[in-house]
Ligand binder design. Structure first.
Ligand code: HEC
Length: 160
């Protein structure tokens, strides 16, 4: 415990902001190797590319999206690809898309009827428990770990 009156006046006002910055730095440090940390701080954000151009493969991705890409290769690529249908539908453009609408992919009737739109929170619910979100669906895979889901969704969001 700190003694009462430890931070007074203007210093006190800055304290919460300082804590946020610190927390952010710890998060970054935990999320990336030192080399990437520097990159993350100095590099442009994906949404701030100078030309405003949308690259199909962004030159800069968040650390979360990079982890998500590795997870995707491990856990999703057996059935999914970015640009072609496989056992599962292709994923490019999935964020913001209506569920069950990739042309030439044979979805379960449950999925076609679902009327879902793949927002981040719907994707999270889907990956956590597909059957709870769309009973009768045909994807027999779930991702119980919240951080893994977050990273996967960060990656899916880059597939524009
Ligand atoms: C065993 C094969 C398999 C694996 C592995 C798999 N999926 Fe699927 N996925 C499917 C199938 C099949 C569907 C279509 C489900 C339906 O029609 O009910 C699907 C559908 C989806 C959809 C809905 C797409 C749309 O167009 O509506 C998303 C999003 C998705 N999968 C994400 C993932 C992610 C992310 C992973 C990795 C964690 C993953 N899937 C792993 C088979 C798989």
């Amino acid at each position: 415990m700190r003694p009462k009156g430890f931070l007074q006046g203007p210093a006190r006002a800055f304290r919460p902001a300082g804590l946020c910055v610190l927390a952010g730095l710890f998060w970054l440090a935990g999320a990336s190797e030192p080399g990437r940390l520097a990159h993350a701080q100095n590099g442009p954000r994906a949404s701030e590319s100078p030309s405003g151009a949308r690259d199909s493969a962004p030159r800069w991705q968040s650390a979360a999206a990079q982890r998500g890409q590795a997870l995707y290769a491990e856990r999703c690529a057996a059935c999914h690809a970015v640009d072609s249908n496989d056992a599962g539908p292709k994923h490019r453009g999935v964020l913001g898309r209506r569920a069950g609408t990739v042309p030439d992919f044979e979805y379960s009737p449950a999925m076609r009827r679902s009327q879902l739109v793949w927002t981040r929170s719907q994707l999270d619910a889907w990956l956590r428990d597909p059957e709870a979100l769309v009973p009768g669906q045909a994807m027999d895979v779930s991702v119980p770990d919240a951080r893994a889901r977050h990273d996967l969704i960060a990656y899916l969001a880059t597939l524009r």
